[in-house]
Design a protein around this ligand. Structure first.
Ligand SMILES: CSC[C@@H](O)[C@@H](O)C(=O)COP(=O)(O)O
Length: 358
């Protein structure tokens, strides 16, 4: 069974997340009682990964709403808007929480104006919309996995197997389930076309070593861990078929923000002629941003670099620079794999124009 990062029981209104700070040493679930707990869990990275952040943020609001009494639809609408905006402030780079908040605020506005809907009706419609997001994310990821696997296989001859590199964590722990880039790897494995996957350690937070490696071992997918500075040597020696990574935000021109280190892998891939793919739900494309220059890059505390757990590894007194993400220019990206198909960066604008309302 695939790992579950998010568990929500509608009947008991109980939300728990797998505490990703403790993995792989301990598998412990953390109960989230409402928006304040949701904000903290996202900000501290107990839950992380762009889609999972949005789902946990919205579910923490659902939990809180069910325990509260509202006097009017107007009061409910104001409460929803304030709390969603607060959740968006928990981490700035990934677009998914912001997109979900905008959709839900639009819905709250519509429902509060609709005279045929009661206060209870508005609350239950709102809750069911949040639950649908969870289901949609899993369905989208499965489609991303299959689209990506077919795309990568279309570049190899006959029925030969492929060797891929991935970065950071994009699997069940970063999404509602299945994963984006890791979903592509899962689909390749299911098709019996995956020879091997190489996952990077992903310093400084080590999502690759702690989380992706954990998922790959759990799923019995043939995999090897490499340090971030081994990518070029690996590409030179191991005949890599493709790189596939996730995304925190894709600009309208295809520039993509993802975990720090993604950009350097894309540069190295270009040099070695290895196709570099981004796998993400269509909602990760921010049509309001024309290029990656406008993406806000989160900077995280020095301690993530200077310490491993409680153990200091960096010399005392050294200054640190710790951006959590970088932007890979569209020119280095062979394709953006979504649930709606695979788009070259130069096809994105048209895709956004024609598919926005699907
Ligand atoms: C499907 S997750 C895609 C991205 O969110 C992932 O690659 C990533 O960069 C995660 O960063 P994180 O800082 O761990 O939240």
């Amino acid at each position: 069974m695939s790992l579950r990062a998010i568990i929500y029981n509608q009947e008991t209104n109980n939300l728990e997340i797998l505490d990703q700070l403790l993995l792989p040493a301990a598998t412990k679930y953390l109960k989230l009682r409402g928006v304040e707990d949701g904000w903290k869990a996202i900000n501290k990275m107990q839950v992380r990964g762009a889609p999972a952040i949005a789902i946990v943020g919205c579910l923490s609001l659902a939990v809180e709403m069910q325990n509260e009494k509202f006097e009017s639809k107007k009061q409910l609408r104001q409460d929803i808007e304030g709390k969603l905006n607060y959740l968006v402030s928990s981490r700035p780079t990934a677009v998914n929480m912001k997109t979900a908040a905008e959709e839900l605020i639009d819905l709250a506005n519509q429902l509060s104006k609709d005279e045929n809907i009661t206060l209870d009706g508005m609350k239950s419609k709102f809750l069911s919309t949040i639950l649908q997001m969870l289901e949609k994310d899993i369905a989208d990821n499965t489609a991303i996995g299959d689209n990506g696997a077919k795309e990568i296989l279309s570049r190899v001859s006959g029925d030969s197997q492929v060797r891929v590199i991935t970065h950071c964590n994009t699997g069940s722990l970063a999404t509602a389930g299945y994963g984006t880039a890791l979903g592509v790897i899962r689909s390749l494995q299911a098709m019996k076309r995956l020879e091997h996957v190489y996952c990077t350690e992903t310093r400084p937070y080590n999502q690759g070593a702690r989380l992706t490696a954990y998922e790959l071992v759990h799923e019995k997918i043939p995999a090897t861990l490499i340090c971030d500075n081994m990518v070029a040597a690996l590409m030179k020696s191991r005949n890599i078929s493709a790189v596939v990574v996730g995304a925190d935000r894709v600009a309208a021109n295809g520039d993509t923000a993802n975990k720090i280190g993604t950009y350097q892998i894309a540069v190295v891939a270009k040099y070695h002629g290895v196709p570099f793919y981004v796998a993400a739900p269509f909602t990760s494309i921010d049509s309001k941003i024309s290029s990656g220059e406008h993406i806000v890059i989160e900077e995280r505390p020095d301690r993530e670099m200077t310490h491993v757990g409680e153990h200091r590894i960096a010399a005392k007194g050294i200054q640190c620079w710790n951006p959590a993400f970088d932007v890979t220019p569209a020119s280095l990206i062979a394709g953006i794999i979504t649930e709606r198909g695979v788009f070259r960066p130069d096809q994105l604008k048209d895709a956004l124009a024609t598919q926005q309302n699907i």
